[in-house]
Design a protein. Structure first.
Length: 315
């Protein structure tokens, strides 16, 4: 009688068990404000909903966010580098392209050993916020503090936590990188909210007319923003020698966010000797995400990976 199948099955089971033990954990959700967000206004008629771009079920957009969350995508412990990134999807401060500019890059980071946390931030609204201008900034600051506070639990190096943002989410990420000294709420403790690196993808950097994305400016600052507000929420004005290193990417033919946004942030970095890279592509439009159909912008994640490797954040 052939007795080989038994040992073979046992070995296969052991291999499957080992594989499961070292697989990436399933994503999970963390509420940022379980006891209520700072400056929140209770409004039972204002509810989160999901809409679909051009009725495409593969492109969900979240709107009317009332409960800010982080969705954690942790890497296989055997591959973890210790680095982490908080990802801010874009959507003009009106919706969140949660999958295209959130979970898709998060899974890419986790597959390369970097813990990724998708931030579902509250979108500016007078209906639920006493000061809608600071709502998204409150959320990203608390997100960075949360990851840093729980770094040991998630096997993250607290000195290698970055932020990434797309489009209007790029404004959230850039403000997190430059306004970390500004107290827009009272945190639970003194955990630092400064990111250690930034990744800004076709970002809305400035709120200045002629440079900004008008829709994002209107959603965040209202129909008639003051010059003081434009200055305060224009990230390029706050770059200094403590601004974290940044990787920027945009297409020259972007019809929504003028390419000047990436350029003025990078120019400010140069003036203050902040290390980083600016990648401008001739074609690509706006909103190409992590899986661009355009040949010109298709390889930008490879450039990002090379930059992250050079900084010891990815292998």
């Amino acid at each position: 009688m052939n007795k080989l199948p038994g040992p073979i099955i046992l070995v296969a089971l052991l291999l499957m068990t080992a594989s499961a033990a070292f697989a990436s954990p399933a994503p999970f959700i963390i509420r940022l404000w379980p006891h209520g967000a700072p400056g929140a206004i209770a409004n039972p008629d204002y509810r989160q909903s999901v809409i679909y771009r051009d009725n495409n079920p593969n492109e969900p957009r979240i709107t009317q966010v009332t409960d800010a969350t982080l969705e954690a995508f942790l890497p296989d412990p055997a591959q973890a580098t210790g680095a982490a990134v908080v990802i801010c999807p874009g959507g003009g401060y009106v919706v969140l392209a949660y999958d295209k500019e959130g979970t898709v890059p998060a899974r890419w980071f986790a597959s390369h050993g970097v813990a990724a946390f998708v931030l579902k931030y509250r979108l500016p609204s007078d209906a639920i916020m006493r000061d809608k201008r600071v709502g998204p900034l409150q959320d990203v600051q608390e997100a960075l503090r949360t990851v840093r506070r729980r770094a040991a639990e998630w096997h993250v190096d607290p000195e290698r936590i970055g932020v990434m943002g797309f489009s209007a989410g790029g404004n959230v990420a850039a403000l997190a990188s430059t306004l970390y000294r500004e107290h827009v709420y009272t945190p639970a403790n003194d955990t630092d909210d400064r990111p250690d690196f930034s990744i800004l993808v076709y970002p809305v950097i400035s709120m200045e007319p002629g440079i900004t994305h008008a829709g994002s400016q209107h959603a965040l600052l209202g129909a008639h923003p003051t010059q003081a507000d434009c200055d305060r929420f224009s990230a390029e004005r706050h770059v200094d020698d403590r601004t974290p290193p940044a990787f920027l990417v945009q297409a020259q033919d972007d019809p929504a966010v003028p390419v000047r946004n990436s350029m003025i942030y990078y120019e400010a970095m140069l003036r203050h000797h902040v290390p980083g890279e600016l990648h401008l592509y001739e074609k690509g439009g706006h909103g190409f995400g992590f899986e661009s159909p355009n040949a010109s912008t298709r390889t930008w994640p490879d450039a990002l990976r090379a930059w992250l490797v050079s900084r010891g954040l990815m292998r």
